[in-house]
Design a protein around this ligand. Structure first.
Ligand SMILES: Cc1cc2nc3c(=O)[nH]c(=O)nc-3n(C[C@H](O)[C@H](O)[C@H](O)COP(=O)(O)O)c2cc1C
Length: 483
């Protein structure tokens, strides 16, 4: 066994948007394991929390130590609490683009800083930030914000994060850095780069000394692990090896694949992960997907891993960012065999299979999802593409069909797509309410393990806590609260 005790045994997986909240990550971290916040779309959720009277003051206070006070003030001043209904409930923010405005960059940096800083308050435990590789435009400012807040780990999957180790090194040294951006239909030979300059961001203010966080790549194959090891700008510091029963996005089956009778992708032998080959690399790794009890953790460690990354069990606990009413509804539905999980090959605009919970009143329910009027106003999942005139445009298969087709998108790609941006933000209870009376409804993702979460609920309890999950996962090794 390759268990290194300075490394956590349990990683509470990053769950966007906001399900792995700072409250959840902080609890896990204070109990000696790795708590992870989601950095995905926190610019949206932070701007909305600044506007929500119940959270506005805390969001402003956490910025007191932001190293660049003028920037923090500019951001906080822009998103004043909503006092009375005027137009849409929340002020909109700029959609992410490769070359972003100063305002948009400031909000992304500040929002990621705030989420990590809140999670790190008042203890010495480890905190990580999770980002999705596919969401390219926000990556550099998000990473810089998290590093400014002294984040300990960066975890990134949903793509091939070859350049991320080098980028993290640059940002931790306050060096200018860049990231090649994938552009659909590109005709140009030179890569398009997104840039970030800490010096320009700080606008002449002194730059603080920063720590380089460790980088864990989330992968689903030994081939990808080996590819990342060969990257010229640096290798990861470890791996999360995620099986396709995990919540959130899943790697698609290799090659052309069939669907089962429920319309879910069928995985085969080629999709089995060669754990031995990953262990042979010699870096620490954690297994993810369906690890919900002590025996499973021990079985994972017997394969050479440090332990496991768990999402679904934490997603339903009291401290997670999932809206309380939804949590209770899911737990109730589970008691009668409801809230089933489907691996939907179409729902996500990314084209990756995405696990969706079938729950009434959410866009995970087919009829409700089909009825949603298409609107694209958050834009995190828009894909950059090269227009005929050589400039870059942005499109998303969940946007209005005509718009997508006008931008050169295939009409077939729009079928069955859901607006994950608005849906996932609504799952936190921060959904937009528009002046025309329409309200964005939630969408819930969870792993196949969802049906087992009732095991964490003691008799007579309505909810369980993050420590209840840790107790089950760690057994006798569980040590309460380390501060
Ligand atoms: C609600 C939810 C949202 C998730 N969102 C993300 C995400 O934004 N980024 C990511 O890398 N993984 C995401 N995941 C995957 C988890 O980080 C974790 O790897 C996975 O949940 C482990 O499998 P389990 O669900 O069986 O515990 C999500 C999982 C859930 C349940």
């Amino acid at each position: 066994m390759n268990t290194n005790h300075s490394l956590p045994e349990i990683i509470q997986g990053g769950m966007g948007v906001g399900v792995s909240s700072w409250q959840l990550a902080r609890q896990v971290s204070m109990n000696g394991q790795l708590g992870v916040v989601s950095g995905t779309a926190v610019a949206v959720t932070f701007s909305r929390r600044l506007q929500e009277p119940a959270t506005a003051e805390l969001m402003r206070r956490i910025l007191d130590e932001f190293p660049f006070p003028e920037i923090a003030k500019r951001v906080a001043d822009k998103y004043q609490p909503v006092s009375e209904q005027r137009g849409d409930k929340y002020k909109m923010i700029a959609m992410p683009t490769i070359q972003q405005s100063k305002d948009a960059i400031e909000l992304m940096v500040v929002a990621n800083y705030a989420e990590v800083k809140l999670a790190k308050q008042g203890h010495q435990g480890l905190i990580g930030v999770n980002l999705l590789e596919k969401l390219q435009a926000p990556t550099l400012p998000s990473l810089y914000g998290a590093i400014l807040a002294d984040v300990d780990y960066v975890l990134m999957g949903a793509g091939i994060p070859t350049r991320i180790p080098g980028v993290i090194t640059d940002l931790a040294l306050n060096k200018d850095t860049s990231l090649p951006i994938k552009i659909a239909n590109d005709t140009q030979t030179e890569p398009t780069l997104a840039h970030f300059s800490p010096t320009t961001f700080a606008d002449g203010a002194p730059l603080p000394t920063l720590k380089r966080p460790k980088f864990l790549a989330i992968i689903s194959s030994a081939t990808l692990a080996m590819h990342l090891m060969r990257a010229s700008t640096g290798a990861p510091d470890g791996f999360i090896v995620e099986h396709n029963i995990a919540g959130g996005h899943n790697a698609p089956p290799r090659g052309k694949y069939d669907l089962n009778e429920n319309g879910e992708p069928i995985y085969g032998v080629r999709d089995e992960i060669d754990i031995q080959a990953i262990a042979a690399i010699g870096l620490p790794f954690w297994l993810a997907g369906g690890y919900g009890n002590r025996d499973q953790v021990l079985a994972a460690q017997a394969l050479g891993s440090q332990g496991v990354q768990v999402g679904t069990a934490f997603a339903l606990c009291e401290e997670s960012g999932l809206n309380l009413e939804l949590k209770l509804e899911i737990l109730d539905a589970l008691k009668t065999g409801g809230a089933t999980v489907k691996t939907d090959p179409l729902a996500s605009p990314t084209g990756f299979p995405f696990k969706v919970v079938d729950l009434k009143g959410t866009i995970g329910e087919k009829e409700t999802g089909d009825q949603r009027k298409r609107i694209c106003d958050l834009g995190y999942l828009r894909e950059p593409y090269r227009k005929e005139n050589g400039t870059i445009g942005y499109r998303c298969p969940s946007e209005p069909v005509d718009d997508y087709v006008k931008k050169g998108g295939n009409i077939e790609d729009t079928v069955g797509r859901r607006c994950l941006c608005n849906g996932l933000v609504a799952t936190m209870g921060l959904g937009q309410e528009r002046k025309d009376g329409s309200v964005e409804l939630p969408i819930i993702t969870a792993g196949d393990d969802l049906k087992f979460v009732l095991r964490f609920l003691a008799k007579g309890q309505l909810l369980y806590k993050a420590v209840d999950v840790l107790k089950v996962l760690l057994g006798e090794k569980f040590k309460p609260l380390h501060q």
